[in-house]
Design a protein around this ligand. Structure first.
Ligand code: G3P
Length: 217
């Protein structure tokens, strides 16, 4: 499974890139707003840090405007994937981009039927939100499972990006189901390293080693 970072924060990106395990980045209007820098500028900086798919989302709500805005975003860098909301206009824009060969990420997907529409429209990526479904007491991971089954049934090539992953458990479950990509905030990625037995084991190894060789220095 590819690991994407769901952030527009450059410090977080640099830290994670140093680990060598980040394949791409997803942003959304809220994440861009948090950084307080215009999307064109911030996304260009992200492209300088990571060589992978970088999703940049439109804020227009009508298909025609989405297409104009998406073209502008796609021009920023060859790695930009135009992110569109899963609305009627978003799907119309997605179909047009698919004809032109512009790669899209259809976001805010909360049902298998919506994911089917994204695949039919030729989306490069679909983004079902796991955590936000969990938040309303629905099993977000079941959505990932359904979409993977539907896409498998018909051989749709749209990549399933499990989004809104809030814990290492979410990430592991998405990988077990076979999601193509998992996107997560830095906090979730950082938590994936943690295991008390790793810490305890390392402490014992280092103590044993130091004890055995202490007098021989
Ligand atoms: O960027 C899309 C998605 O991953 C947002 O996650 O945590 O805001 O629900 P979250």
């Amino acid at each position: 499974m590819k690991i994407f970072l769901d952030t527009a924060n450059l410090d977080e990106l640099k830290k994670a890139v140093a680990w060598g395990i980040v394949d791409g980045v997803t942003t959304n209007p809220s994440l861009i707003a948090k950084e307080g820098i215009a999307i064109e500028e911030q996304v260009a900086r992200i492209c300088d840090i990571i060589d992978g798919d970088i999703s940049a989302e439109v804020v227009s709500t009508e298909a025609k405007e989405m297409i104009i805005e998406g073209h502008k975003l796609a021009k920023i860098h060859k790695n930009i994937v135009v992110k569109l909301p899963l609305t009627r206009d978003g799907i119309e824009a997605c179909s047009e981009f698919a004809k032109e060969g512009v790669r899209t990420n259809v976001t805010l997907c909360f049902s298998p039927a919506q994911a089917l529409l994204a695949a039919k429209a030729g989306a490069y990526i679909v983004s079902p939100f796991v955590g936000r479904l969990d938040d309303i007491a629905q099993l977000g991971m079941e959505l990932i499972e359904s979409i993977c089954t539907i896409y498998g049934n018909y051989g749709y090539t749209t990549q399933v990006l499990a989004a809104s992953l809030r814990s290492p458990l979410h990430v592991a479950q998405a990988a077990e189901i076979g999601a193509d990509i998992g996107t997560m905030p830095f906090k979730t990625l950082d938590m994936m390293f943690n295991h008390p037995l790793t810490d305890k084991g390392l402490e014992i190894f280092l103590k044993d080693y130091a004890k055995a060789f202490a007098d021989k220095k």
